[in-house]
Every structure is written in C-alpha cells, then in structure tokens.
Design a protein around this ligand. Structure first.
Ligand code: ADP
Ligand code: MG
Length: 380
C-alpha cells in the first residue's frame, strides 16, 4: 500500500481540494484508493467530493462506540474511491490521546487498498506530524506567499526534530543533549541542524546512525498551489534550497497548480474540479501530479514506523507570541540565500503582525468570557 499524507503549515492553501481530486485521479487510473479526512476540526472533504453530510466518521469510531473501522468506510459513487469521513464529534485531531492515535494509525495502515491518502489539518502540532510521518513520502502543499512558505519550512523542520525524537533512545547522550537545549528555551529553535547532527555523530554514534536510517527514508514532496503568474513558481526554490541546506532534506517538486476561479464554481456545483471541467488548466495540473505519483510506484515504499518519544522536540508550536519570534528566526534561515526581497519581508512582517493582533484579540475575548462565566457561576 502506498500512503500519501497531505499536510501544510498554513491552513487554506488547498490541501483538501488537492487530496480529494488527486484521490479521484488516481482511482480513475484504475487503483483502489481510500481517502481519509483527518482534519477532524475542519472536515470539508465530503463537500469537495459532493457527498451529503455523513452520519458517522472517525470521531464516532474514536469515541469508543462499538463500530468496526469498516463501518465508517463509505462508497463515494466514484469507481475505486472510498472515503473515511472526519465528522465533528471530536473537535480537534490535536486533542487525540496517544492510544487513540495508535488505534487510528493501526486501523488505517491495515486497510486493503492500493493507495491511502490522508488529508491533514494545518499546523505543526504533534498529531499532524505523526500522521505525516507514517510515510516517508508525505506531500507538503504551500502557496507562493512568504507566510505559507515559511510555515511549510517550519513544518519540515519540526518533522526532522520529530524523527530525532523517535530515533534517539531515551537516556541516550543525544537525547539528553537535545533536552538540555530544550531547557534553554530559544536555543533549540536557533539550532542549525547540520551542526547539531555532526556533534551528535561525534558523541553518540549509535543514536546518529539510528537517525540516518529514518532520515534516508524521509523524502517528502511538494505541491505549489494557487500561483497567479509564472514568476510565483520560482518562490519555491528558496524553500527547496533552505530545506536542503539547513534540514538536509531533499524536497522533490511534484508540480504547480494555478489559482482558478473554476474551483469555487465546481465547489458550489458539488463536483470535484476534475469531474466538473476535466480539460481546465487546474484539472490538467492535478492529472499531471497524479501521473508523477503513479510513476513512482516502482520505487520502494517506505513506512517510517516512528515511535513516540517521551518528550516532544517540537521547536515551533503554532502559538501566538512565541510563534512570532520562532518564525522570524526561521526566516533568517530562508534569508541566508539572499533571495528575499524587501517586499517579501514587508509582506511577512505585516501578515505576522496581523495574525498576532488577531490571536491577542481572540485571547482577550476568551479571558473575558471566562471571567464572566466564573462570576456568573459564583452568583449561582
Ligand atoms: N488552485 C486553486 N484555485 C482557486 N481556488 C482554490 C485552489 N485551490 C484551493 N482553492 C480554494 O481555496 C480554499 C481553501 O482550500 P482547501 O482545500 O479547503 O484548503 P486547506 O484544506 O488547505 O485548508 C477553498 O475555497 C478552495 O476551493
Ligand atoms: Mg482542509
């Protein structure tokens, strides 16, 4: 079975549209495909496929009621394509307990299918990383905006740290070293991975070797979605170079997809775009990417089989203030190539500030609500 998790650092980049249409394109090529909606908080795959809302999905399954995994596997009406809905019974995949994660991953990887495609929620929380790292062949979707590219970079950086977490045995010198960096807070975020690895190679060869086994299998790919003009395609080169240089990861490019208003028309017609207008540029781009994926079939498929480490080495939590600083530091890594323009920077700083303001407001609102709820409670 080929497993293709589809992730992004930032939401709204087109993951679900791509997951649904790629699944369909691969099914049209005669493969058996199962598509799972793992964005439990923001499930929308059923809408993109034009299915009516579903009664039960992963949430129902995980809530412990007596359902077999097969009971939530539904026919889509498209030959060869089955679908596992998310459903809203569990608010966020981020909240899944580790036994639920294990149960879910075990059931998913035991399915009898040629392709398993996973649509993940945005962000770098641990569960998204764990789903992404089920396979060494995960797909990162990004847009050409600097914020989206930066978030894609952060996602990959966190993936590499997550792999270290899995490779280094507890109590090993390597593991202790990382934890000591972690205690010093910011240090871990600033870490230059190649340098860190060469230090670990010197001082803890076994841990280093265990990591390189995983690292070799980690061959994520990239889709650049919603570009407006050909120049946008170049923006991704910074990401690929930084990923190679700073993370020691070769990011293969699967293809670009133009922004096209047809997508929204297809959505309101309740048809996937490749069914709505198979000849459109956007549909052809999706078929091209599907072909590339199918051509890779001969290559050995690698499941990573990562284990859950005691402590997360995650460097970039998607959280307000710290996040802002973390991102600015990572921006430096992208900046070293000198290809960022002043315009890029202004755009990033502006959008980061905007996001930060927004989060602060939300936070304030929550606090007010809490205080009100608490004082109401006291009155009663
Ligand atoms: N290439 C594209 N051109 C135009 N609109 C797109 C394109 N890709 C996605 N969209 C639209 O962008 C929005 C976000 O897409 P979605 O797949 O839900 O993102 P994500 O799953 O990453 O959050 C949707 O309204 C979708 O129809
Ligand atoms: Mg989505």
């Amino acid at each position: 079975m080929h497993i293709l998790p589809i992730a992004s650092g930032k939401g709204g980049v087109g993951k679900s549209v791509i997951a649904a249409n790629l699944s369909l394109a691969i099914a049209e090529a005669g493969k058996r495909v199962v598509l799972a909606d793992l964005d439990l908080g923001g499930s929308n795959i059923h809408t993109i496929l034009g299915l009516r809302s579903v009664e039960r999905g992963l949430g129902t399954f995980l809530s412990g009621r007596k359902l077999k995994f097969d009971d939530i596997l539904i026919q889509t009406g498209y030959d060869g394509l089955k679908f596992i809905p998310g459903d809203a019974e569990i608010p966020e995949i981020a909240d899944l307990k580790s036994y639920q994660m294990k149960r879910l991953i075990r059931n998913l990887t035991s399915l009898d299918t040629d392709y398993l495609i996973l649509d993940l929620g945005a962000g770098t929380h641990r569960n998204a990383l764990d789903f992404f790292l089920i396979s060494g062949r995960g797909i990162i979707v990004t847009n050409p905006t600097l914020t989206a590219i930066l978030n894609a970079y952060l996602f990959l950086k966190n993936s590499v740290f997550r792999l270290m977490g899995s490779a280094f045995p507890k109590q090993s010198p390597a593991s202790r070293y990382i934890l000591s960096l972690k205690k010093e807070g910011r240090l871990l975020q600033r870490i230059y991975i190649p340098q860190l690895l060469s230090k670990i190679k010197e001082e803890d060869r076994d841990s280093y070797d265990a990591f390189t086994v995983l690292e070799k299998k980690f061959r994520p790919t990239l889709i650049l979605n919603m570009i407006d003009d050909p120049d946008d395609a170049e923006k991704i080169e910074k990401l690929r170079r930084s990923t190679r240089e700073y993370l020691n990861v070769e990011l293969e490019h699967l293809g670009i997809i133009y922004r096209d208003d047809l997508q929204d028309i297809a959505l309101s017609s309740r048809l996937p775009i490749i069914k709505y207008k198979p000849d459109s540029i956007i549909s052809q781009a999706i078929y091209r990417i599907a072909d590339k994926i199918l051509q890779k079939e001969g290559e050995t498929e690698d499941t990573l089989e990562i284990t859950t480490p005691e402590e997360s080495y995650q460097v970039a939590e998607m959280e307000a203030e710290t996040d802002f600083q973390v991102r600015m530091q990572n921006l430096e890594e992208l900046l070293h190539f000198g290809t960022l323009t002043t315009g890029d920077l202004v755009e990033t700083i502006r959008s980061q500030h905007f996001e930060l303001q927004h989060l602060k407001k939300e936070n304030q609102l929550l606090k007010t609500k809490l205080v009100r709820a608490a004082s109401d409670g006291f009155k009663v």
